[in-house]
Design a protein around this ligand. Structure first.
Ligand code: COA
Length: 565
């Protein structure tokens, strides 16, 4: 990726002054014994409080008014933090929507004695500007200034789309997956789940609230983490380490004077990890309890060598306990699929992943993010032009020349071929390129932005992202290698009322190049027919975009893709 320097980011900057995002807020804390647990490690609850406060200050800096935490996306803790280390939390607003904003939070740790720094976690939280008497607040929009900001801005819309349908998707997946799981197995020496049940009450006092007397989201997350840790400890009679938290969604506000009832139980224990379900409800006086938040936390128990210990099995309670037990299995699968797809570094992403409905959303997200990454790289170089179609390669320090904007502008871009050791990692099984062509349309993952027609001047294109996947119904054959297409697709950006820029990106290993090289050098007409099909489709649908159902357009809505893809 190109460096951000020299991108002319800041009109308001003095020469030589480093650019700093105006919404950025930094908190640095030295970890004291009062912040730590009995193992001398920073408690995850304390970290969640610091993360929430930093993110809230960033959101309020942008909004100019008081904001509340609506949700915090999944968090995966990569390291623990010891007493005496310094924790630095940097938060900045990635994008403002109507009344909500996505805030990106990065947590790093520093050992002052050795001057080493490491990443602890990254999180994305959504904050909502508090409603005024006149109604919902309309936030001012952000204009991304650097390449990284541009990408985060663009990805924030995709993450929001996933966030808002998250509960629905998980419910659907759980109902289909748990039906296939069958009965829970009984283990003789299993620990009864009842033994891990914890209930605790907290009175919300002024120090737990923000300047608007609402309970701090971070405080609620910390209380939830506290009861979940007790549940996890009861299963294994040891000190557990929190590894990850599934999305926190704050369903309703809580205020000073509320009694918060926190309940947790171990839903299931796997070989090296366990899932704890935790719920927070609030009440005041004789009112009925209000559901504030529910979350699922994954714990491990580390041995003296910091390796995960084998955990005892759990015996679920009848009915509800068995349901939670099975749902935990399904959620674990969803988490693993997701991790497989999105946690790898860009050049380590598996070329082809097994297809399963549970990973559809994340596969789509991953493809979109890969495409957006390519879209934000500005140092493309013009290599050739044929029939108004521009072919560019991503040579460093080169720019796509101006004046190339035609009614249909395309870039057929090939990143540098993988290095030999990376190719090795790709490995078999092979899948058929022809198989992709013949039955591939259903297997292309299509996704798009929440705006069908992006506003002019905003770098937020309409996207069609696709990648080959493996399917048990289409096993690999000796002749065809479906694994060699990483993520490819189109971005379609309306640049003015007369110009729409259609860009085709293709990433492939050398093995697949013979199949598509005619397209890359522009000798085949299939790319331009695909562009025409996309363009015609958009043209035909642009007036009806408001009526399009939801924010995703599925395969059935799209023009046929070229056979060579
Ligand atoms: N994740 C992210 N954003 C969400 C969300 C979720 N789960 N649910 C709603 N939102 C966003 C909406 O997309 C909308 O954004 P937009 O205005 O930019 O389009 C915004 O929240 C407001 O949505 P709206 O439908 O007007 O309100 P709502 O009735 O859904 O209320 C909250 C949303 C967040 C205000 C409400 O659920 C709430 O008060 N939650 C508690 C917040 C709180 O007090 N947190 C601190 C700890 S208690």
């Amino acid at each position: 990726m190109a460096s951000e320097e020299g991108k002319g980011a800041c009109v308001t900057m003095e020469i030589g002054e480093a650019y700093r995002n105006p919404t950025e807020v930094t908190m640095s804390q030295i970890v004291l014994p009062c912040h730590s647990n009995h193992c001398g490690e920073l408690s995850a609850g304390q970290l969640l409080k610091w993360m929430d406060s930093t993110a809230c200050l960033s959101a309020e800096r942008h909004a100019g008014c008081s904001c509340v935490t609506a949700s915090v996306d999944d968090i995966h803790f990569e390291h623990t933090i010891g007493v005496g280390n310094v924790v630095t939390i940097i938060a900045k607003v990635n994008r403002a929507f109507t009344s909500s904003m996505e805030v990106g939070i990065m947590v790093t740790c520093e050992d002052l004695y050795t001057d080493t720094h490491w990443r602890v976690c990254q999180a994305f939280a959504t904050f909502v500007a508090r409603r005024r008497e006149t109604g919902k607040v309309q936030l001012k929009q952000l204009t991304p200034q650097t390449q990284t900001e541009q990408m985060e801005y663009s990805l924030a819309a995709e993450r929001r789309r996933m966030r808002l349908i998250h509960a629905e998707i998980i419910t659907d997946l759980l109902s289909s997956s748990t039906a296939q799981l069958g009965e829970c197995r009984e283990y003789q020496d299993a620990v009864p789940a009842e033994r891990t049940r914890v209930e605790s009450v907290e009175l919300v006092l002024p120090p737990h609230a923000n300047h608007q007397v609402s309970t701090f989201g971070g405080q609620i997350m910390a209380w939830m983490e506290n009861v979940a840790t007790i549940s996890a400890s009861r299963l294994c009679n040891a000190h557990p380490t929190l590894r990850s938290i599934d999305m926190f969604h704050f369903r309703g506000p809580s205020h000073i004077g509320d009694r918060l009832v926190l309940k947790s139980i171990v839903n299931n224990a796997f070989k090296h990890s366990m899932e704890v379900g935790v719920c927070a409800e609030a009440y005041q006086g004789g009112e009925p309890q209000r559901h504030i938040n529910s979350a699922f936390m994954t714990f491990e128990v580390l041995d003296a060598d910091r390796k995960p210990r084998t955990l005892p099995r759990i015996r679920p309670e009848p009915v509800d306990g068995k349901r939670r037990y099975q749902e935990a299995v399904a959620r674990k699968k969803i988490r693993l699929d997701r991790k497989y797809i999105i946690s790898c570094k860009q050049n380590e992403v598996p070329l082809s992943v097994p297809w399963d409905p549970s990973n559809q959303m994340y596969l789509s997200y991953n493809n979109v993010s890969a495409l957006k990454l390519m879209d934000t790289i500005n140092n493309w170089v013009l290599t050739s032009e044929k029939n108004k179609t521009v072919h560019a390669g991503g040579e460093p320090d080169a720019v796509l020349q101006s004046g190339d904007e035609r009614e249909r502008l395309s870039r057929a871009d090939v990143p540098p071929p993988l290095r030999p050791q990376e190719e090795k990692r790709v490995g078999p099984p092979l899948s058929g390129v022809r198989g992709d062509h013949e039955s591939g349309r259903r297997r292309h993952h299509l996704s798009c932005q929440d705006a069908f027609h992006p506003k002019r001047g905003q770098r937020d294109p309409y996207l069609i992202a696709l990648r080959s996947v493996t399917l048990p119904t289409h096993p690999p054959t000796a002749d065809y290698n479906r694994r060699e297409v990483l993520c490819a697709g189109f971005t379609i950006l309306e640049e003015s009322s007369a110009v729409t820029k259609v860009t085709y990106y293709n990433q492939a290993t050398p093995g697949v190049l013979p199949y598509i090289s005619t397209d890359i050098v522009g000798l085949s007409s299939s790319f331009s027919s695909a562009f025409s099909a996309c363009s015609d489709y958009l043209e035909a649908n642009k007036d009806s975009s408001a009526t399009l159902d939801s924010q995703t357009i599925n395969a059935a809505n799209m023009p046929p893709l070229p056979k060579e893809l």
